[in-house]
Design a protein around this ligand. Structure first.
Ligand code: TRP
Ligand code: ZN
Length: 901
């Protein structure tokens, strides 16, 4: 294709219903790696609700057209072209059979039908089905599918597709077949097949209504010992969706399949979820606590899609957040409930740790997206390549938007809205507006203003002014909302004030919450947290009978995805960190304190000034460290400094080197000043005995390993190196082993390498040579390590690119080395000499020819280039221009052209 000079823009406003509908699809596959023949028989009719079209235009890509028959007769009016098939003069209602050929072995894009480790897999979302057969490949065309798979029995003993197995048997010449039927209508993006040498962990469970279901986790034979946690996560997900939302599994069989070549995390194909191995395989020796938690979250996420996404799907891809925002919200709530106690999830402090982690991701990644050239609303208005819109905004901000309904209406009101949504729309392809209307109608509310959360891009800012009138005992809180200096891409979309649920509490001198009574109310309410409905550009809320001047606790539990501006003093933040009854805001106070200090220090570092740490900041951190009333998991989160990427983004001019220097300075000061405490914590929070994957045990390990990492910064780290080496050697789990290795690598950076680090690195490789997910960690740990002048990390990375285990075609491996360096090691990547950018450009260009989706993700790591210091900015511009002049895919072009525009 040569016509990519100006990529076509797809607009939401241009939506039109399809001219034809497809009611049933019968697919037959003769699976051969280089030449798979697909026969597709469809029942097609004209759509009574669409304007009459002259032709039936089906989408198709990378297909070899073989033949068409219409109602059993050869059909001559079918014309294949590069993007599909045009059929002229078709009747009102007919059966169409199309035969085509594709080449799965040559498919490195991992979209459509492809081969991985000798097995067949599919990935159809968003527009991969058209790479398998000609079709109306859009989510508002829903059909029921029967699928027949035929393949060599020896090479592909397992044949899977969506739904229920109807029949299987042998064929001549060592071949066999299986026939599957999915009784539910679905859009083509939910189609899946898998064929190969796989084995399953199986379990039978009864759902709420007493029906028995077969659950399977399919993997390659050597991975069977790593499937238990995924299966448990699936069972927990099934129970949770019944209890929290009254939603039951609707198929007799539910399958998860793991594949090591995969573009994203996992895919919710009906009854046949396909997962990146990273989100399935775990045992204590190979997976960290974070891996275990991620698996639980992703298994939940894909399972929850069965209702939010599959039973009710999206009308068009602009509505993507309808399923993704809602399903992320559901998986976040699931994980929080699991952390907070299996039965009722009522341990609020434990639930809060999950909330903190989610907000940290949102602020670091989504806020950055909103500040750059890719800024878009939760429901975008246009796109060039839909794969570029599986974003932090659609997923994470989308989840925050859903969470705000629950904050406004409570869990019960939210549940009523969900019930009405399913009652109205089960089996349909609908819009974000349909979801909002269901929530509004079920709760008797007009949510017209709330629509702006879907249509306005950019991160809202809420500035807060407070006034205490001692004589009248009145406390007024004035909120003002706006967007500040938004990126141009965001500014265009901003029309007016949002409905912001703003949760607030007032704290007295003793650190306890004060009763809350607004001036319009007869008495104080029971709760000491109030959700203010903030709807105007500026609005004042007045509390009465406030007996002492309070300290406000603002935006409790992060009740809306906004930036709060309020001029707290350092003492006030330290007080909140010590006393706020809202655990999220306790953490938040510490982050504000640290961020402010770090930004001041980064500014000084940038101008070469001397650095000093405010004693009160160190004291506040010391109190958290030794506060036994706080859970270890919470302490770990509170003591972890904001990331370098987040801090750099907060600077007027991003300066990664200065941020790194400031952050290292603070870490060093805290390490040396609190050395004895860190050592004590390190000893106290060991988890001897067999590994337990519980949140409590994970909390101990996290705090212990944080202590070890601080101890790396001691002026004399010899003792730390001894501890880390011993921990490495004795570890019975990957959390402790990987943490120890990371500490050894960082401790050795200062000395230009150390024997202990090299020994552990070599041992790690040998020990886990046969575990690709662990070798990914081996690459990632080296790519994200601290560098030194003698040994910049780019040199290590370039050398690792030639390691026999490196493979650019495998996305996990590419991410482990290249993305880790370009996106997770800012101080090294943004080297003044531009070496990081040159490397980035080469890799984007190389990946573009293999896998445009993955290349486009990497391409995004320079999008904030305009915000950096002049030298870096110019280096990035040159790299972007190089990429723009050489890449071919629509995916990467959209990213780099928007960045340069
Ligand atoms: N729908 C999937 C999810 O969020 C993600 C997804 C979209 C995906 N497109 C993909 C996964 C392409 C793999 C490849 O659960
Ligand atoms: Zn999803």
């Amino acid at each position: 294709m040569a016509d990519t000079a100006t990529p076509n823009v797809i607009r939401r406003a241009d939506y039109a219903p399809p001219a034809f509908l497809i009611d049933t699809v019968a697919l037959e596959f003769d699976l051969l790696p280089e030449r798979t023949v697909v026969k597709n028989t469809m029942r097609v009719r004209r759509n009574p609700d669409a304007s009459r079209a002259a032709h039936l235009e089906l989408m198709g890509e990378q297909l070899e057209f073989v033949s068409a028959t219409l109602d059993g007769q050869p059909f001559a009016n079918a014309h294949a072209h590069e993007h599909g098939l045009v059929l002229d003069n078709v009747p009102e209602n007919f059966e169409l059979t199309l035969t085509s050929i594709c080449n799965p072995a040559a498919n490195t894009t991992l979209s459509g039908l492809y081969v991985s480790s000798g097995n067949f897999f599919t990935q159809c979302e968003a527009e991969g089905f058209r790479r398998i057969t000609y079709f109306l490949d859009r989510p508002d065309v829903m059909a029921t599918y029967t699928v027949t798979l035929r393949a060599s029995k020896a090479d592909y003993p397992v044949l899977l597709s969506n739904g229920n197995l109807l029949e299987e048997g042998d064929l001549p010449d060592g071949r066999h077949f299986a026939r599957w039927e999915d009784p539910f209508r679905k859009p083509s993006y939910l189609f899946a097949l898998v064929a190969g040498k796989l084995v399953a962990l199986e379990e039978r469970v009864k759902t709420g209504s007493g029906k028995e279901k077969l659950l399977q986790v399919w993997v390659e034979p050597h991975d069977l010992d790593k499937t238990r946690h995924a299966m448990d996560s699936l069972i927990h997900s099934i129970r949770w969706d019944e209890e929290r939302f009254g939603l039951e599994l609707d198929l007799d069989r539910f399958m998860i399949v793991a594949v090591s070549d995969f573009n994203m995390g996992a895919m919710e194909n009906k009854g046949l979820n396909i997962f990146n191995t990273k989100y399935v395989l775990a045992n204590p020796e190979t997976a960290t606590d974070t891996d275990f938690a991620n698996i639980e979250a992703v298994v939940g996420h894909e399972y929850f899609h069965n209702w939010t996404g599959n039973r009710v799907t999206c009308r068009d891809w602009f509505q993507l957040s309808l399923k993704e925002g809602l399903t992320v919200f559901r998986d976040q709530e699931f994980s929080a409930d699991m952390a907070g106690g299996e039965t009722d999830g009522s341990d609020e402090a434990a639930r809060a740790t999950k909330r903190i982690e989610d907000v940290r991701v949102l602020r670091q990644m989504q806020f950055a997206e909103d500040a750059g050239p890719m800024a878009h609303p939760v429901r975008p208005e246009s796109y060039v390549e839909i794969n570029n819109f599986y974003t932090m905004t659609v997923y994470e901000k989308g989840s925050e938007v859903v969470r705000m309904y629950q904050t406004l209406f409570g869990r019960e009101g939210f549940r009523k809205g969900m019930d009405l949504y399913f009652k109205r729309h089960d089996g349909q392809a609908v819009t974000c507006d349909d979801f909002r209307h269901a929530l509004a109608d079920a709760n008797g509310r007009d949510l017209a203003q709330f629509e702006r959360w879907y249509s306005q891009a950019g991160t809202p800012r809420v500035s807060v002014r407070t006034r205490y009138d001692a004589a009248q005992q009145r406390y007024s809180v004035t909120l003002a909302q706006g967007y500040g200096e938004a990126a141009p891409a965001a500014r265009e979309t901003q029309k007016g004030p949002l409905l912001i649920p703003f949760a607030i509490g007032l704290i007295g001198k003793d650190g306890k919450d004060l009763p809350l009574q607004l001036e319009s109310e007869a008495q104080a309410s029971d709760s000491t947290t109030r959700v203010l409905e903030f709807t105007q550009t500026e609005q004042t809320f007045t509390f009465v009978n406030v007996e002492q001047e309070p300290l406000p606790s603002l935006l409790r539990n992060f009740s809306a995805p906004v930036i709060v501006e309020y001029d707290y003093s350092a003492d006030q933040l330290a007080f909140l960190l010590a006393h706020d009854s809202d655990p999220f805001n306790r953490w938040e106070a510490g982050q504000r304190l640290a961020t402010r200090e770090l930004l001041t220090l980064a500014g000084r570092a940038a101008s070469g000034a001397e650095l000093q740490l405010d004693d009160s900041v160190a004291a506040a951190f010391a109190r958290v460290l030794t506060d036994e009333s706080l859970s270890p998991a919470f302490r770990e989160l509170a003591l972890m400094l904001p990331s370098e990427a987040y801090l750099a983004e907060q600077m007027a001019e991003s300066n990664p080197a200065a941020v790194h220097a400031a952050r290292q300075f603070v870490r060093k000061r805290l390490a040396n000043a609190l050395k004895d405490d860190w050592l004590k914590i390190y000893e106290q929070h060991r988890t001897p005995g067999p590994y337990e994957a519980t949140p409590a045990a994970a909390g101990h390990r996290a705090l212990k390993n944080l202590a070890l990492s601080y101890l790396t910064e001691l002026d004399d780290p010899a003792e730390t190196v001894r501890l880390a080496s011993a921990q490495y050697d004795a570890a019975n789990n990957m959390t402790d082993r990987a943490a120890a290795l990371s500490v050894l690598l960082n401790a050795s950076a200062a000395n230009g390498g150390s024997a202990e680090a090299q020994h552990a690195l070599d041992d790690f490789y040998r020990r886990f040579e046969k575990e690709p997910l662990v070798i990914d960690k081996w690459f990632a740990l080296q790519a994200t390590q601290r560098g030194s002048a003698q040994r910049p990390v780019i040199d290590v990375v370039r050398k690792l690119m030639t390691h026999p285990a490196f493979n650019l075609k495998n996305p996990n491996r590419a991410r482990s080395l290249i993305f880790s360096f370009c996106a997770a090691n800012p101080a090294q990547f943004h080297a003044e000499d531009g070496s990081g950018y040159a490397f980035w450009a080469d890799q984007v260009i190389a990946l573009d020819a293999i896998n445009p989706q993955v290349a486009a993700r990497l391409a995004r790591s320079l999008e904030l280039w305009r915000r950096f210091t002049p030298t870096l900015r110019e280096g990035m511009r040159a790299a972007l221009e190089k990429v723009a002049s050489q890449v071919k895919s629509r995916d990467v072009r959209e990213i780099v052209e928007k960045a340069l525009a």
